[in-house]
Structures are given as C-alpha cells and as structure tokens.
Design a protein around this ligand. Structure first.
Ligand code: AMP
Length: 446
C-alpha cells in the first residue's frame, strides 16, 4: 500500500489543499524529505527539477507556520532563496496553493526587475514567508527592511545553480544575518565542489537524501540527432515541429540573440512562437510565461537562465537547438517536460563537430543518449571518432514509430493548422518589446 500524504503526518489544512491541487500521493523526494524536515532535521537533498522538490520543502515549512510564532517582530519565519526570478515566483505560487487553507499566511516574492514599492509595502507588515533571489533580498537588507530574528527555516533551492551564478558572497551575507538555531534545507542537483563546502558550513548534522536521477527521468524520452550545420539543423527542426503530438515545446538556444532570431523565424513560418531571455524586462518575461501557461504560445524559444522554473505540464517537447554550455544544464532543460507525472520527449541537436560536448553530457549523466536519424535527413559529414558500444538507431531501419506520448511521427510530414505555410510577420522586428506586446497576445494559438 503506497504511503499517502496523511501518513507523513501533514495537518488537515495542508492535506485538503493537496487534494484540491490534485496531488494523490507523495513523490519519492517528498516521501523522504517531509518526515525528516518535520522532525526538525537539516537536509541536503539532491533532486532534480520535476521531482516535486518544491512541495518537499514547502509542506513541512508551512506546517511549522500553522503554529503562531512565539517571537515578537514582523520579520519572516521562513526564507526560500532561488537562483532566478521565475523560480522564485513559481515557489511562491506553490506556497499559496499549498497554504490556501491558511488565510493568515502572508508571503512575498522579492526579485529584481519588479518595483520596490509593492515589496516594501509587503515588508512593512508581519510576513511569514519570503521567496527571494539573493540580489534583491540584499537590496532590502541593506535598507534595514528585513529582520531575521524570527526566522525558523532557511531553504536554498537549486543551490548549485546559485553558486554558478556567482551568488556565494550574497548567500554568505544573508545566512550570517539569520539565527544560528534555524533549520536549514538545502536542495541541489550536485554536492560536488563549492556547493558541498557551503552545505557543510550551513547545516548542522544534515540528513542526506539522494533521489536517483533515473527514477525521475523515466518519463522523459531522450534522443540525440546529429546534423551537419545550422542549415541542416533548421531543416530538422522544421520537420520535428510539424509533429501533431506536440502540445507545447520549449526550444533552448545558447544565446539571447539566437533565441530572438529563431523565434522570429518560426513565427514567420507560421508557428505561434515567442522568446524568453534574461535581457527582457521582467514584466515581459512574466507575460510571456503567462502566454505559455495559457496556451497562447505553442513554442517558446529560451535561454537557460530564463527558462529555470518554467512549470507548465502541457510542455510535451524540449528541443536543445544548441547544446548546453554546462552538462548539468542539460538536466534542467529536459526537466521542462515530463512534469507532474506526464511523459515528454527531449531532442538534442548536435553538430557533428560537437561530439566532444555530447560526450561530456553523457559522462555527467553516466549514460549514453540514444542517437537517432530521420530518413532522408541523415548527416552527411563524418565525425572524428565513435566510441565502442554506441547504439545508432534509425527510424527507417527499424521501422519503429515511437508510440509514447510526445514522440514525433516518422516518415509523415503532417501539417497542423498553417504550420509550414510561410506567413509574413506583421511585427517582424527583433525588438522584444514589440514582440511581447503585439505578437504573443494576438497571434493565433496553435
Ligand atoms: P517541482 O519539481 O517541485 O518543480 O514539481 C514538478 C511538478 O510536479 C509541479 O507541477 C508540481 O505541481 C507537481 N507535483 C509536485 N508534487 C506532486 C505530487 N505529489 N503529485 C502530483 N503532482 C505533483
């Protein structure tokens, strides 16, 4: 008999909220983390995005907040630090969902790119939960707006990523301002290097929870497609995007400029596509994400940082148009699909001369990516070397069409709506403000 949320000793207000959210049973990371956190242990959890890690740290934290604080003051009782604005907003949204039967609960997201006024107003009254990116939190701390004397729980979500982004000094300053007797819950994809050292410093006899990657990624079918050059890559992309099983797709590019360029090209080719990158003002980023969530955008072309925290269950496909710079970004990228128990397909393009980079990703994953070709669109250039044991499957050779949800239909170019029909973009300039105000809202949803 699988364990339920009530077996984890969560209280009624949370249990009814979980039922309302449609959560039937805890995920592995929740099963392990919630009881340990409710027992007041510090935690070091390695779990990937898509595993249900947000609820794993929010539920025990919210349970603590059900009881009134005995300490006077108006400072936060719980603090979640995240690497990106989008992730912070997502975490606070989840806190509101799980805390919907706790009407007294007051939470705020403190992130850059949004006005200070609303944040200052929220901080002027007693606050229970702050979800923040380190930079904006530090801005408020410098102005003396945050008193951590009531803080009971400190959570670092995607700690490895925060360090990659250079937040180490900010994190150390923030932690130094919190009470030593706090509970510390750390979540990170890895504990190698600096993040492991930081974890040792911040935690007190932590329980270590390691959720196997395979367990979480079993729902995502991963495929690797080699191409000769960018023109070949674009042909493959156009072919794949005609797959009628695509509900929504996220395409990752290496640069902001490429994300704009590709979104423009796809739009001109008839797809409801838009881009998301870190140079876009926060309001537009939020609006683009809202369009994606509401299904007004079918294809989002994004850079790594901007796409963190995207949690849209209807994303069936992730396409790595460019390879990620860091191997661990691969895991975060593909985690945009296969969410909330669904299946997904992650397709990675690599130019034949990028073989070494692919190898690096495979070493990080400790497994080979399944290499595929599309009939009539195979790469013609040779790559330097091929290690022993590489499986090379061709759809045409084995005659298999994948039947799992989220795969493409081999051999049949189906057109969906006006996909593939060239249309001119009335808002074709690369200016993302125009794109955001005019294109995503007015373009047909496909
Ligand atoms: P996360 O890894 O926290 O980003 O969560 C991934 C997705 O799974 C989110 O859409 C959550 O709302 C959803 N989720 C988390 N826990 C559960 C659960 N126990 N049952 C169903 N969905 C869940």
């Amino acid at each position: 008999m699988p364990l339920s949320f009530s077996d984890l000793h969560l209280q009624k207000p949370l249990l009814t909220a979980l039922t309302a959210a449609g959560y039937e049973k805890p995920t592995p990371v929740q099963l392990e983390s919630i009881p340990a956190a409710l027992d007041n242990h510090d935690l070091m959890v390695s779990a990937q995005t898509g595993s249900g890690k947000t609820a794993a740290f929010l539920l025990p934290t919210l349970q603590k907040l059900i009881k009134r604080s005995e300490k006077p003051g108006k400072g936060p009782r719980a603090l979640v630090l995240t690497p990106t604005r989008e992730l912070a907003q997502q975490v606070e949204k989840n806190a509101q969902i799980y805390g919907k039967n706790m009407p007294w609960l007051r939470s705020v997201t403190l992130v850059g790119g949004t006005s200070f006024g609303q944040q200052i107003r929220a901080l002027s009254r007693p606050i229970d939960l702050i979800v923040a990116t380190p930079g904006r939190l530090m801005d408020h701390m410098r102005q003396g707006r945050i008193d951590f004397s009531r803080l009971e729980v400190l959570i670092l979500d995607e700690a490895d990523r925060m360090l990659d982004m250079g937040f180490i000094d900010d994190i150390e300053t923030i932690v130094a301002a919190t009470p030593a007797e706090r509970q510390t819950l750390l979540f990170s994809a890895t504990w190698d290097g600096m993040v492991g050292k930081l974890a040792q410093k911040l935690t007190n006899q932590p329980q270590k929870i390691d959720i196997a990657r395979e367990e979480e990624q079993g729902k995502i079918d991963e495929q690797l497609l080699y191409c000769d050059d960018i023109r070949h890559k674009n042909r493959l992309l156009d072919y794949l995007l005609r797959d009628t099983s695509i509900d929504q797709a996220v395409i990752f590019t290496a640069t902001k400029a490429m994300s704009e360029q590709l979104a423009d090209r796809l739009y001109e080719n008839g797809f409801s596509a838009n881009c998301l990158h870190g140079d876009m003002p926060q309001g537009w980023r939020n609006r683009t994400l809202m369009d994606l969530r509401k299904g007004r955008i079918k294809i989002l072309v994004a850079t790594d940082v901007a796409a963190r925290g995207i949690d849209v269950p209807s994303i069936t496909h992730v396409i790595n148009y460019d390879l990620p710079k860091q191997a661990e970004d691969y895991v975060h990228r593909i985690g945009r699909t296969g969410r909330a128990g669904r299946t997904g397909l992650a397709i990675t393009f690599a130019e034949v001369n990028e073989y070494v980079k692919v190898h690096k990703i495979e070493r990080y994953l400790n497994r080979k990516l399944s290499e595929q070709t599309i009939e009539g669109m195979e790469p013609t250039r040779k790559r330097a070397a091929k290690p022993a044991g590489k499986s090379r499957r061709s759809f045409s050779n084995n005659g298999q069409n994948h039947s799992r949800n989220g795969n493409w239909n081999n051999g049949q170019r189906r057109s969906n709506g006006n996909h593939g029909q060239k249309r001119s973009n009335p808002h074709s300039q690369s200016n993302h403000s125009r794109r955001n105000t005019a294109r995503s809202a007015s373009s047909p949803s496909k």
